[in-house]
Design a protein around this ligand. Structure first.
Ligand SMILES: Nc1ncnc2c1ncn2[C@@H]1O[C@H](COP(=O)(O)OP(=O)(O)OP(=O)(O)O)[C@@H](O)[C@H]1O
Ligand SMILES: [Mg+2]
Length: 187
């Protein structure tokens, strides 16, 4: 007999350069999960920053602090069974490690790997152009570093794949994660 439990949710943490596709994939994954009646919440960098970290900037220390705050909220939600999708550049390994320490096996860290030239050509928010014109400083990928992730569960090459292909990869990884954390039946 399988005992049904409320269970915890996974946290899909999408990290990558500006323009690598975090928001696009977060929204589409959330739509797909929502359509399947799963409780889901998206924590998207800019929006969440307005609510959680309006007083801080983009220094290493501030970005790290912001990522930890997002991890804290993701932890609360996921403990109540919500699947959380985070869309945050997360440029530093120290932040990723802090989030991993907090979330443990609930974390599905996904690096959206995309060449900076492709991101620059996409420039969905015009940030690369602003940085090039000298109107924006501390832009990740331009004059601020993005440390190569060392322990992501999944790497998706968003520069050479379509959005539906990337979504399929995400769904597969999430399904694997969720089924591996289901309670075991009597053996
Ligand atoms: N395989 C793909 N995955 C995701 N986005 C893609 C892909 N191929 C093309 N795109 C396009 O790339 C752009 C990605 O923009 P998006 O706003 O999602 O980036 P982002 O990572 O959230 O950037 P930012 O850090 O500035 O918020 C969109 O215009 C999207 O349509
Ligand atoms: Mg975005």
């Amino acid at each position: 007999m399988l005992i049904e439990v409320a269970g915890t949710g996974s946290v899909v943490w999408l990290e990558g350069l500006p323009g690598s596709g975090k928001t696009t994939l977060a929204r589409q994954l959330a739509d797909a999960l929502g359509a399947a009646h799963r409780p889901v919440e998206v924590l998207d960098g800019d929006e969440v920053r307005r609510g959680l970290s309006p007083e801080i900037g983009f220094s290493r220390e501030d970005r790290d602090r912001h990522a930890r705050r997002v991890g804290y909220v993701a932890n609360l939600l996921s403990r109540h069974g919500v699947t959380v999708i985070v869309a945050l550049i997360t440029p530093y390994e120290s932040s990723r490690q802090a989030v991993r320490d907090l979330l443990g096996p609930r974390l599905l860290e996904v690096w959206l790997e995309c060449p900076v030239d492709v991101c620059r050509a996409r420039d969905p928010k015009g940030l690369y152009r602003k940085a090039q014109e000298g109107k924006l400083q501390q832009m990740t990928g331009v004059d601020d570093p993005f440390e190569i992730p060392t322990r992501p569960e999944l790497v998706i090459h968003t520069g050479s794949r379509t959005v539906p292909q990337c979504l399929d990869l995400l769904r597969e990884a999430l399904d694997r994660r969720d089924s591996s954390s289901l309670p075991q039946g009597p053996g």
